[in-house]
Design a protein around this ligand. Sequence first.
Ligand SMILES: [Zn+2]
Ligand SMILES: [Zn+2]
Length: 81
Amino acid sequence: MEKCTNTVNVYRVHEDHSDSITEYPCGKWVGGEKRYCDECLEKLQKQYPQGWTGYAGDTCKHGVYVGGCGIDYMCPQCEME
Ligand SMILES: [Zn+2]
Ligand SMILES: [Zn+2]
């Protein structure tokens, strides 16, 4: 995917219960997940209809979370294919 130059407004509630909306570049890690702009989100949701936990592609097509385990990690069902 080409680098996206859009920004994302991320609404967050802080520990002291104050809240804020901060603008981040698209694809930035915020609070344990990658935030995507609407355009990227639409593309990624088509590419990864199973959804994801932290970043697009971290959940395989079987819905198994495969992020954070190294790029070669696959779920047992993916490995069988
Ligand atoms: Zn984007
Ligand atoms: Zn799988």
